[in-house]
Ligand binder design. Structure first.
Ligand SMILES: [Zn+2]
Length: 470
């Protein structure tokens, strides 16, 4: 069943986004281009339909006539940024007084009762706001981890599917779950948890109904039990079996805080990675949010299994959780991607801002020489694509999807800068000038095509006020 669309006023009639037109567009001679590989794209990029047809080195012209030329001489071009961890609904509880200075566990305990009042209309507005904000920062694909299904919210993922289709972005919508309530020693209140059979049946329905396979997929579904302290061992193990049967990906929070490590030791008698292993999750199908508190032996095991780690620097700093050992994980064989995390612990959904913070936080751990702007942009693009199990997005090369973000360095903050790629992070680019997804323009001159942003903000603000008031 498709959910109702209570907020159609702000999003106007987007059709299925990715067309089959063979129109050829030449993104001509960009000021700079980060391809996320060794290719030189100084001559530009030729797009045909939804794919990249040619990557042109300096001085080279398109091999075939083109239908449209985009003068990119003042634009820095990146592969569309990929966000691999978020909780869109949390845009309704940004910068909320009672939790502004709380660490994870008390932060969660205070927020759970507020979040339990979520409605389909509120989720739709929150999803629109989070995705619009991401899109304006140059993000073209976003993963969301939605784990709240109180009574009346059974169609939460269906509501999100509608928004993704209307905005024309790509999304990995993860069917989250909570099944370990306070009565069984878990953290969430009892009325926010679901029974395992309900979770698995709904997961199966969503995969059947929405999961697209193959190149150019717009919507994908993954299975995402929330965290060790909010789900049972059974739902972790059953989700891993179902994911394998259905060939979809697995996602959860792990090793975010030392409180969580203590919880696992007390409840399961295991450290977090041993727990993950015991429920069948040490596989390259898995990507984890945060991944901070690992010892050397655990890092080796995670790398050998090809597990993906989504680094969420701002959330980790806000909740004072710790610093992800990115380079050690990467050296061991794990993939590293970036995520903004939910808006109650970030509170911005801006991928460029996140990349900037990743650069600085990781320099504190590993030094300046090893953490270059290119490495961090690689995490935000190609690395994030690997976390989502995709090889059709995340870099600029022949045959990949034409998902591109364009930045103009004409603001005051860039004046006097020299290296355009470094300037994006060091001077702090905040918004993309244009964004293209699957060969179609979604943002032009800083505006999302077809979205009435002032109306959306007005409704979302009212909804947030109401949610917190109860
Ligand atoms: Zn999270």
């Amino acid at each position: 069943m498709s959910a109702t669309q209570p907020n159609d006023i702000s999003l106007q009639n987007f059709k299925k986004p990715f067309h089959s037109s063979s129109k050829r567009i030449w993104i001509k001679q960009p000021l700079a281009c980060f391809t996320a590989n060794e290719l030189d794209a100084r001559g530009g990029i030729v797009i045909e339909g939804e794919r990249i047809k040619e990557v042109l080195p300096l001085g080279q012209l398109p091999s075939l006539p083109v239908d449209e030329v985009v003068d990119a001489s003042e634009l820095v071009v990146l592969p569309g940024l990929i966000n691999t961890h978020h909780h869109f609904y949390q845009t309704l509880t940004r910068a909320w007084g009672p939790v502004v200075s709380e660490p994870l566990f008390p932060w969660l305990k205070t927020l759970y009762p507020v979040w339990a009042r979520l409605t389909p209309e509120a989720l739709s507005l929150a999803t629109q706001v989070a995705m619009a904000e991401l899109l304006l920062s140059g993000c073209t694909t976003a993963a969301d981890h939605h784990y709240l299904f109180p009574t009346g919210m059974e169609d939460a993922i269906d509501v999100q599917v509608d928004v993704v289709r209307q905005l024309g972005m790509r999304a990995m919508l993860t069917r989250g779950s909570m099944s370990l309530g306070e009565n069984e020693g878990g953290l969430p209140p009892q009325h926010t948890v679901q029974n395992g059979d309900v979770i698995l049946a709904d997961s199966q329905r969503l995969i059947k109904q929405y999961h697209e396979r193959g190149e150019g997929a717009q919507i994908q579904i993954a299975l995402a039990p929330c965290s060790p302290f909010s789900v049972t061992r059974e739902i972790m193990a059953d989700s891993a079996i179902l994911a394998q049967q259905e060939d979809v990906r697995l996602h959860t929070h792990l090793a975010e805080t030392l409180d969580e490590e203590d919880f696992c030791l007390k409840t399961f008698g295991l450290r977090t990675v041993d727990y993950l292993d015991s429920v069948g999750w040490m596989t390259d199908r898995t990507w984890l949010a945060h991944g901070i508190h690992f010892n050397a032996e655990e890092i080796k095991r995670l790398g050998a299994a090809g597990v993906g780690i989504c680094h969420c620097p701002v959330s980790n700093m806000r909740l004072a959780s710790g610093i992800c050992p990115t380079l050690d994980l990467s050296a061991a064989g794990a993939h590293i991607g970036l995520g903004v995390d939910g808006s109650a612990s970030n509170d911005a959904s801006n991928m460029m801002y996140e990349a900037r913070q990743a650069l600085y936080l990781q320099r504190l751990k590993y030094g300046a020489e090893k953490i270059t702007p290119e490495r961090v942009l690689g995490w935000a693009t190609k690395g994030s694509a690997a976390l989502l199990g995709r090889n059709d997005i995340g870099e600029i090369t022949l045959g990949k999807q034409a998902d591109l973000a364009f930045y103009k360095l004409d603001e005051l903050r860039f004046s006097g800068s020299h290296d355009p790629i470094a300037a994006l992070l060091l001077c702090g680019a905040e918004k993309a000038e244009h964004v293209m997804i699957g060969g179609q323009w979604r943002v032009k001159e800083g505006q999302i095509i077809g979205l009435d942003l002032p109306t959306l903000i007005e409704k979302h603000k009212a909804c947030a006020k109401q949610l917190v008031a109860g």
